[in-house]
Design a protein around this ligand. Structure first.
Ligand SMILES: Nc1ncnc2c1ncn2[C@@H]1O[C@H](COP(=O)(O)OP(=O)(O)OP(=O)(O)O)[C@@H](O)[C@H]1O
Ligand SMILES: [Mg+2]
Length: 663
C-alpha cells in the first residue's frame, strides 16, 4: 500500500516533469531545426541563383563573342566593299561597324572582368583587335586617299595576316573556355536545383512534422490542463468533503455528548429509582419479617399470657389445673424462644459454638429422634460415606438442621415414602459450588421421593417466612435458618428437586483436620445430667434490672449465692468486697462495655475465675473467640439448662464452693 503510494507519487513527479519540460524541449528542437532548415534552404536557393546567374553570364559571354566575331567579320567585308567601291558611305559604315565591334569587345571585357580564366584571352583579344583595327584603319585611309591599289594589296595582305587568325583563335578560345565553364555551371545549376528541391520537400515534410508536433503539444497541454483542472476540482471536492466530514463529526460529537448527558441523567434517575425500589423491597421484607414475627409471637404470647392468667386463677383452689396451665405457658414461651433462635440463626447472628464433629456419628446419634419425628410409614436409610472426615460446626445447630430437613422431607412425602440420609466426601474446585473455596468437603444429603418442588417454589425456599404449609403447620424459617447456619460455617447448600419425583438437599461443609483431643471440647448437650456443685457465690453482671432479678432468683433457686452487679464498671469493686466469689455470670451486650471486654480488663488476680456468658443476641461479637473460651448460655433458658451451664463452667475450676469454704 505504502509502496504503491510511493510509486504513484514518483510517477506523478516524473510525469509532471515531462509535462512541464517536454513541450519546451520540443519547441526548442523544432525552432532550432526549422532555423537550420530555413538557413540551409535559403543558402541552397542563393547557390542556385548564383549558379543560374553564372550560367546566364556564360551564355552572354558566348553570345557576345559570337556577336563580336560577326561584327568584325561584317566590318572587314564592308571595308572590302569600300576598298573596291570607294564609296564614302561604305567607308563610314565600316567605321560604324568597327566601332560597334569595339564597343562589343568592351562589353565582353566588362562582362568577363571577374572571370580570371578569361581575362588573359580577352586581354589578348583586345590587343589583337586593336592591332587589326590599326591595320584596317590604314587600309581605310589609303582607300580614302585614293591609293586603291595599295589598299587592295594591303587588304589582301591583311586577309592573310596573323592578327585576323589570332583574333579568330582567341575568340574560339574564349568561347571554348566559356563553354567548358558553362558545362560546369549547368551541372552546378542542376545540383543547386536538386538541393533546393530537396530542401523544399524537406521543409514540407518538416512543416508536416511541425504541425503534428504542434498538435501533439496542444493535445498534451490540453491534457495537462485538464488533469490540473481535474486535480484542482478533486482537491476542491476533497476540501469540501473534509469540511462536510468535520461538520458531521462536530454534529455527531454534539449529539453524542447530548446522548451522554441524557444517559448520565437517565443512569442517575435509574440509580435513584433502583435505590428507591431496593428501599421499598427492604421495607417490604422488613414488613413481611416483622409481620410474620409479630403474628407468631402474638400467638405464642397468647398461649403464655393465657396460661399464666388461668394458672393464677386456679392456683389456690385447683393447684393441679394451675400446674397444667403453667406447663402450657411454658411451652408457649419455649416456642417463642425457639423462634427467636431461628431468626438469629437466619441472621447469622447467633453465636456459634463450633467443635470438631464426626457427621456419621452425629447422624447415628440422631436416628432415634428422626425416626420418632417422621412416623412409621416412612422408611429410613443411612449411607455413611464420610469415613472419618470431620467438620467444625456448632453441633446443636447441625442437629437442628438435619432434623428440619427430615421434617421437610416427611411433609413432602405426606407421611409415606422413603427417606435417605447420606454422608460423603468430595473434593471441590474453587467456586465449584457457590462461594466455596477449593478443598475437601463433607457432604450431607437428605433425599426423599415426595412431591418435589416447582422451579417457582424452589427459587423462594430460602426466603424467611416463605412456606407452602397451612397456617400453624410451618413458619417458613426452616430452610432460611439452615442457609444462615451453613454459610456461617463456610459451607454451601444446594437443592435438587423435580415436581412429583422428590427432592434432595445437599449440605457442603469444609472438612476439619485437627487434633483428636478437640472432641473433648464438646458443646453442651441437653441430655447430659447436670453435675451438682456445692453452693457458690456468683457475681451476676446484668444491666437490665428485670433480667438481673430473674437471674438472681434462678441462681438462688439452684442453691447458689448471687451478688447483683447492674453495671460492668462496678464489677471490680464488688469482687474486691466479696473475696469468696467463685464464678462470674455476665450478660454480653451492655452499655459502655461488653461482658467479654469487662472480663478481659479485670485485674490479674481474678484471671482464674470461671465465667459464664449469658446472651440473647451476640451481634458483632458473635465470633466464638470473643468469649475467650468461656461457657456461653443462650437466653432464654430454663432452670435445667442454667444448672447444666453452671455445672460446665464450674467443673473447669477447682473452686470448692462458697458454702464448703465457709464451713
Ligand atoms: N423436601 C422438600 N420437598 C418439597 N418441598 C419442600 C421440601 N423442603 C422444603 N420444601 C418447601 O419449602 C418451603 C419452605 O421450607 P422451610 O423448611 O423453610 O419452611 P416450612 O417447612 O414451610 O416451615 P418450618 O420449617 O418453619 O416448619 C416449604 O413450605 C415447602 O414448600
Ligand atoms: Mg421446614
Amino acid at each position: 500500500m505504502a509502496d504503491g503510494f510511493f510509486m504513484d507519487e514518483h510517477a506523478t513527479g516524473w510525469r509532471a516533469f515531462v509535462a512541464r519540460f517536454l513541450p519546451l524541449v520540443l519547441v526548442i528542437l523544432l525552432v532550432g531545426s526549422l532555423g537550420t532548415l530555413l538557413y540551409s534552404a535559403s543558402h541552397a536557393a542563393r547557390d542556385h541563383e548564383r549558379a543560374l546567374k553564372e550560367q546566364r553570364r556564360s551564355f552572354e559571354v558566348i553570345a557576345l563573342a559570337r556577336a563580336f566575331e560577326a561584327k568584325t567579320a561584317r566590318a572587314e567585308v564592308t571595308l572590302a566593299r569600300y576598298v573596291i567601291s570607294l564609296d564614302p558611305d561604305t567607308g563610314r559604315l565600316f567605321q560604324d561597324q568597327w566601332r560597334t565591334a569595339a564597343s562589343q569587345l568592351k562589353t565582353l571585357n566588362y562582362t568577363t572582368r571577374h572571370s580570371d580564366w578569361q581575362r588573359g584571352n580577352v586581354m589578348a583579344l583586345q590587343a589583337a583587335f586593336e592591332q587589326r583595327g590599326k591595320t584596317l584603319s590604314e587600309i581605310g585611309l589609303r582607300t580614302t586617299y585614293d591609293q586603291k591599289m595599295a589598299a587592295l594589296a594591303q587588304f589582301h595582305q591583311a586577309g592573310k595576316s596573323r592578327d585576323l587568325m589570332r583574333i579568330t583563335a582567341l575568340l574560339d578560345r574564349v568561347i571554348q573556355a566559356e563553354n567548358a565553364r558553362l558545362q560546369e555551371r549547368s551541372q552546378a545549376v542542376s545540383l543547386a536545383g536538386d538541393r533546393n528541391a530537396w530542401f523544399g520537400k524537406t521543409s514540407q515534410l518538416f512543416g508536416l512534422v511541425l504541425l503534428v508536433c504542434v498538435l501533439f503539444a496542444l493535445w498534451f497541454a490540453n491534457a495537462a490542463y485538464s488533469e490540473r483542472r481535474n486535480a484542482r476540482r478533486q482537491a476542491d471536492d476533497e476540501a469540501e468533503r473534509a469540511d462536510r466530514l468535520e461538520e458531521a463529526v462536530a454534529t455527531r460529537t454534539a449529539e453524542l455528548s447530548d446522548a451522554y448527558e441524557r444517559l448520565k441523567k437517565e443512569t442517575a434517575e435509574r440509580a435513584a429509582a433502583e435505590e428507591n425500589l431496593r428501599q421499598m423491597q427492604k421495607m417490604d421484607a422488613v414488613g413481611q419479617l416483622t409481620g410474620g414475627i409479630a403474628h407468631d409471637f402474638n400467638n405464642m404470647l397468647a398461649v403464655v399470657v393465657g396460661g399464666l392468667e388461668l394458672a393464677k386463677r386456679k392456683l389456690r383452689l385447683k393447684p393441679q389445673e394451675a400446674n397444667r396451665h403453667l406447663d402450657n405457658a411454658m411451652e408457649g414461651a419455649n416456642r417463642a424462644a425457639a423462634l427467636t433462635r431461628r431468626l438469629l440463626a437466619f441472621a447469622r447472628s447467633e453465636p456459634l459454638l463450633p467443635s470438631a464433629v464426626d457427621p456419621d456419628a452425629l447422624v447415628a446419634g440422631l436416628s432415634d429422634l428422626i425416626d420418632r419425628s417422621i412416623g412409621d410409614q416412612i422408611t429410613m436409610a443411612f449411607e455413611n460415606e464420610a469415613k472419618g472426615w470431620r467438620i467444625f460446626v456448632d453441633q446443636h445447630q447441625m442437629e437442628n438442621a438435619i432434623l428440619n430437613l427430615c421434617v421437610n422431607a416427611r411433609d413432602a412425602m405426606d407421611g409415606r415414602g422413603r427417606l435417605i440420609i447420606r454422608t460423603g466426601q468430595v473434593q471441590l474446585a474453587h467456586h465449584e459450588v457457590g462461594e466455596c473455596a477449593g478443598g475437601e468437603y463433607v457432604t450431607l444429603s437428605v433425599s426423599n421421593d415426595g412431591c418435589g418442588m416447582t422451579p417457582e417454589i424452589l427459587s423462594r425456599v430460602f426466603e424467611p417466612f416463605f412456606t407452602t404449609k397451612p397456617v400453624g403447620k410451618g413458619t417458613g424459617l426452616g430452610l432460611s435458618q439452615i442457609f444462615g447456619f451453613v454459610h456461617q460455617s463456610e459451607g454451601e447448600i444446594r437443592i435438587e428437586s423435580e415436581p412429583g419425583r422428590g427432592t434432595s438437599v445437599h449440605l457442603y461443609l469444609p472438612r476439619h483436620i485437627g487434633a483428636e483431643g478437640e472432641d473433648a471440647m464438646d458443646a453442651p448437650t441437653l441430655d447430659r445430667e447436670p453435675v451438682l456443685h456445692p453452693p457458690t457465690r456468683i457475681l451476676v453482671v446484668e444491666d437490665d434490672p428485670r433480667v438481673l432479678n430473674q437471674t438472681m432468683a434462678a441462681l438462688a433457686e439452684l442453691g447458689h449465692l448471687p451478688v447483683a452487679c447492674d453495671h460492668p464498671s462496678k464489677a471490680v469493686k464488688l469482687l474486691a468486697s466479696h473475696r469468696d466469689i467463685g464464678l462470674i455470670v455476665s450478660d454480653v451486650l451492655m452499655p459502655d462495655m461488653t461482658g467479654p471486654e469487662m472480663v478481659r480488663t479485670l485485674p490479674a488476680v481474678y484471671a482464674h475465675l470461671p465465667v459464664l456468658f449469658v446472651t440473647g443476641y451476640a451481634g458483632d461479637t458473635a465470633e466464638s473467640a470473643d468469649f475467650g473460651g468461656h461457657e456461653v448460655l443462650r437466653k432464654p433458658y430454663t432452670l435445667t439448662v442454667l444448672a447444666q451451664a453452671l455445672s460446665n463452667a464450674l467443673s473447669g475450676s477447682h473452686h470448692p464452693g462458697t458454702a464448703a469454704a465457709a464451713e
